[in-house]
Design a protein around this ligand. Structure first.
Ligand code: IPD
Ligand code: CA
Ligand code: CA
Length: 269
């Protein structure tokens, strides 16, 4: 068994264990919801309990690796060759409202490049897995991106970061323009599932600004291994620290990139 396969299997163990916790807490977190600073940026007891379980499993198996986890922050040397990027609950707002679009996202970033990705949606029991060179699967079956080749025939998804009320660079203009140019733009509320849906062909493209490495690292591996393309908005190499991402089925990539580069922010609301 290759090392990547071992990392993938342990990440899967952690994601499935988290899924049990997320299902257990669903509908029971009302009293334990706090805001993390920005309006709408929620923290529930489920986020904390999930992250605890993931850390316990990963640290037991890989004590020499470092971690970047949404709720615990940076654990260990962040320049470590092996860095786990963890979002214990991606889609917390949905979760708090019992809107069934949320997941746990776990990725191993090796020398700055996401190489293992596991995203698990416990509500729908959908397990998305990928590792560099090993392909991408949904519930253990190979997945591929869609074949939609024109933007005007595409279905896209995006998201809005928690700083959206503080900046005009809040993605509202892009959302409006692309809604006009496509068959639709969805806002699911879980960046990791947005990427998993690109990987399995339900969605043709996804873009977002204001995202963190733990939101997208696992999904990047999935999209790439399913035959898609992930870059910066301008088509150059993706940097998971940059906060911006464009992920597509590859066929509509240039067209969507060009449009994103042309749209200027709305002046104010
Ligand atoms: C958020 C979700 C959302 C995206 C935000 C993320 P969280 O993550 O992925 O879809 O638009 O930018 O912060 O806070 O639910 O883990
Ligand atoms: Ca997230
Ligand atoms: Ca989260």
């Amino acid at each position: 068994m290759t090392n990547l396969q071992i990392f993938l299997d342990i990440a899967t163990e952690a994601a499935l264990a988290t899924g049990v916790i997320l299902q257990d807490y669903l509908g029971k977190v009302e009293d334990a919801i706090t805001e993390k600073g920005r309006p709408g940026d929620l923290l529930t007891a489920a986020d904390k309990a999930s992250e605890k379980v993931i850390l316990e499993i990963l640290q037991r198996h890989f004590p020499q690796h470092s971690i970047l986890a949404e709720e615990s922050g940076k654990l260990g040397d962040q320049t470590n060759e092996y860095l786990w990027a963890i979002d214990p609950l991606d889609g917390t707002t949905n979760y708090a409202h019992q809107y069934p679009c949320f997941a746990v996202s776990i990725s191993l970033v090796i020398q700055g490049v996401p190489q293992v990705g596991v995203i698990y949606d416990p509500f729908h029991n959908e397990l998305f897995r990928a590792a560099a060179g090993l392909g991408a699967t949904r519930n253990r079956r190979t997945i591929k991106v869609s074949k939609t080749a024109e933007l005007n025939k595409s279905l896209l998804t995006t998201g809005f970061a928690y700083d959206r009320r503080e900046t005009t660079d809040n993605n509202y203009a892009e959302f409006c323009h692309l809604t006009h140019l496509t068959q639709g733009v969805r806002r699911g509320g879980s960046a990791s599932l947005d990427l998993a849906y690109v990987a399995c062909g339900r969605i043709d493209g996804y873009w977002e600004r204001g995202i963190a490495p733990w939101d997208v690292a696992a999904g990047i591996v999935l999209v790439q291994e399913a035959g898609g393309l992930v870059t910066a908005y301008d088509g150059t190499a993706i940097n998971i620290e940059s906060g911006r991402i464009l992920a597509t089925n590859a066929y509509i990539h240039n067209e969507l990139s060009q449009k994103l580069m042309q749209i200027s922010p709305l002046s104010s609301w």
